[in-house]
Design a protein around this ligand. Structure first.
Ligand SMILES: [Zn+2]
Length: 259
């Protein structure tokens, strides 16, 4: 019977994730362009056709509209159903792994941050300050619930340390490559993610991010002429992997000191 509820809620979280993903598309695109989140309602960017409720169903609308606007037949970006589906899967995996717990809140926060940043960083090569501030506050509130107010303040200091480290890395990278290496958004992002773990774990997450970004950067360098690599999403992926794999300070010390 317990297994039944677990599957039932996992599917529920998948569906909730699809709806949130649809909203994160809107958040990522409109916040980057400094537009209002709610008005006007969703419309085709080409012909302004106002979308009816049945054209707003995550993933499914894209499939039965065959990826085109109903009125002017303009192609709809594959990015929309991709973000919706990824958010749904991340929400479902988060619930399946953590059930109803404080860890679930953090997993959902990181999943949401990742999907919004994928939209902003891949489309505009930016991570808007309002997104950083909003998630910084949410992570701080999560820390108060999970660890208490005193520890939450200690973890703010950890965040500032990671911000400083990332800033130093940028200065070093700029001097080494004689061009802009890390974006300001990446540095601020590291500042808020640094509030989640002890610095040694955050540094491991950052290393993991760089390791995954390396093969992908070859693709980005070939594809875009500006030679910009959106690193933000990889940083969040690093932190999500560390969380889902359950890697903590002890594992890292054991790894570093093994004979
Ligand atoms: Zn249209």
């Amino acid at each position: 019977m317990e297994q039944f509820y677990k599957i039932y809620f996992t599917i529920a979280f998948l569906l909730i994730g699809l709806i949130f993903g649809s909203f994160y598309n809107v958040v990522g695109l409109r916040v980057s362009k400094k537009e209002n989140l709610l008005f006007p309602g969703s419309h085709c960017p080409k012909c302004n056709h106002k979308l009816k409720p049945y054209e707003l169903i995550p993933v499914f609308s894209f499939i039965f509209l065959k990826g085109r606007c109903k009125k002017c037949k303009e192609r709809i970006s594959i990015m929309y159903p991709f973000i919706e589906l990824c958010t749904g899967i991340l929400f479902a995996v988060s619930f399946y792994k953590y059930g109803f717990s404080t860890d679930l809140i953090l997993a959902l926060l990181l999943s949401s941050l990742l999907m919004i940043i994928v939209v902003t960083d891949l489309n505009f090569y930016i991570i808007p300050d309002s997104i950083i501030v909003a998630f910084g506050i949410l992570i701080f509130i999560y820390n108060i619930i999970d660890k208490g107010i005193l520890d939450a303040c200690t973890y703010v200091v950890y965040g500032l340390l990671m911000f400083g480290l990332m800033y130093a890395l940028m200065k070093f990278g700029n001097a080494l490559f004689k061009k802009e290496s890390l974006g300001g958004g990446d540095i601020k992002l590291m500042g808020i993610l640094g509030m989640i773990n002890k610095p040694i774990v955050s540094i491991t997450a950052l290393s993991l991010a760089a390791f995954i970004a390396l093969p992908c950067s070859i693709y980005f360098l070939k594809k875009n002429k500006d030679k910009v690599i959106p690193f933000g999403p990889f940083i969040v992926i690093g932190f999500i992997l560390i969380m889902f794999l359950g890697i903590d300070t002890n594992d890292i010390i054991k790894f570093l000191t093994r004979a």
